[in-house]
Design a protein around this ligand. Structure first.
Ligand code: NDP
Length: 388
């Protein structure tokens, strides 16, 4: 029997919910492009419940304990005395979410002698040292597409929030004011602005498609060009690199994975090439931006706003400068863990586990590392090497 170690974020401070704002969530069977949503044999939760926190246990308690496995669920993941560190040496499977990542460093993988499978309940396995996973024969899988559209929606929300100055205006209301001039002194229309994405995969293309009706001018840069019919339909301008794109954009959104090529891509030098008063939205990974360069650019007015939900490290320390920098619209890492997304990635995690225990192949699109090499989606999207 296996020991499954699962690291999830804490329950709400008010306790695990007894009821929800809505009675359920719409059922989606296919993602854009045709890939099917997860197809586990069974689920033991009601879609729309909170599954990503400790008491939710990704809806896996009954399934795993019913099979006789040991299922350890914790939010305690930092430091040598944490539950995660103590339970890791004899765990066969580790499950973690990017929102509350259990960093599987090379040192930890070396200590986890029995570790065979690391599942990301969500998308983005950069919290796992993939080179170490390759060297130790650990399979890495994630639930591709499960929350891509959730993030695309969040990006659109953040772009509009920044450009229209929503958050400070809301704050005036809470504070009892009616300060229209204060609210609108930095409020604009998005219409006719130049908006560009770094990365036009599942999330980036989802953002472009959602922005089309806003009558903006759309740009993108990516390692591969989109099909001609998509470029035509969305009236896209392609740029061979981020530098060429950011020079012309009023709004830039980052939707590329973190890998050695994208780490600190948005540093002083690249931000300097952006238009004065541009907005930057990053829901991809915190380390794609140079933390202090972003703060400097907001303070100097080079950037008019920065928003996103990804930080480094996570959870962000209380004194992280992005909490207090001016003109920001940051949230904790929430965009990909709406209740709707949780239902999909919990079902996807269950599907991966069912395959693993029954000796059936895991879907190619879920694989990142397998049999000592990058595999499936990982072979397409990731490169190995260290991000500091
Ligand atoms: P996809 O793999 O579908 O798309 C990423 C795109 O970025 C690909 O087209 C890729 O090109 C491209 N890309 C890679 N490197 C570069 C580069 N240097 N410059 C420009 N483009 C590049 O991934 P998703 O859209 O599903 O997700 C993107 C990222 O978003 C994830 O890796 C993850 O880090 C983050 N994410 C965040 C979530 C959140 O909750 N905030 C939730 C889910 C994901 P190519 O096809 O050549 O590889």
């Amino acid at each position: 029997m296996a020991k499954v170690l699962c690291v999830l974020y804490d329950d709400p401070v008010a306790g695990y919910p007894k009821s929800y704002a809505r009675d359920g969530i719409p059922k989606i069977e296919r993602y854009p492009g045709g890939q099917t949503t997860p197809t586990p044999r069974q689920i033991d939760f009601k879609p729309g419940e909170l599954l990503g926190s400790v008491s939710g246990g990704l809806g896996l308690y009954k399934f795993l304990e019913g099979l006789g496995h040991t299922f350890v669920v914790t939010s305690d993941k930092e430091g040598t005395t944490s539950v995660f560190e103590r339970e890791l040496p004899d765990a066969e499977i580790v499950i973690s979410q990017p929102f509350w990542p259990a960093y599987l460093t090379a040192e930890r993988i070396a200590k986890a002698k029995k570790l065979k499978l690391a599942i990301t309940a969500g998308i983005g396995s950069d919290h796992v040292d993939l080179q170490a996973a390759i060297e130790h024969g650990v399979t890495v899988a994630e639930v591709t597409y499960s929350n891509s559209i959730s993030v695309s929606e969040h990006v659109v929300m953040m772009i509009l929030s920044l450009v229209r100055n929503y958050i400070p205006s809301y704050k005036w209301v809470i504070d009892g004011g009616w300060n229209i001039a204060d609210c609108v002194s930095s409020s604009y229309d998005l219409e006719a602005m130049e908006v560009g994405t770094v990365g036009s995969g599942r999330i980036g293309l989802g953002v472009l498609r959602r922005l089309k009706p806003f009558d903006v001018k759309l740009h993108y840069t990516d390692r591969h060009r989109l099909p001609e019919d998509v470029e035509k339909d969305l009236k896209l301008t392609y740029h061979p690199n981020a530098e060429s794109m950011v020079r012309v954009c009023d709004v830039v959104t980052i939707n590329a994975p973190l890998h050695p090529e994208t780490e600190h891509l948005f540093n002083d030098a690249l931000i300097d090439k952006m238009k004065r008063g541009a907005y930057l939205v990053n829901t991809a990974r915190g380390k794609i931006c140079d933390r202090d360069a972003v703060v400097r650019a907001l303070k100097s007015g080079k950037l008019a706003g920065y928003a996103g939900d990804v930080w480094f490290p996570q959870p962000a320390p209380r004194d992280h400068p992005w909490r207090t920098m001016p003109h920001h619209g940051m949230t904790p890492h929430t965009s990909g863990t709406s209740l709707s997304a949780q239902a999909r990635y919990a079902a996807g995690t269950r599907e991966i586990l069912e395959c693993w225990f029954e000796g059936r192949p895991i879907r190619e699109e879920y694989l990142i590392v397998d049999s000592g090499k990058l595999a499936g989606t990982g072979a397409h999207s990731y490169s190995v090497g260290k991000t500091a």
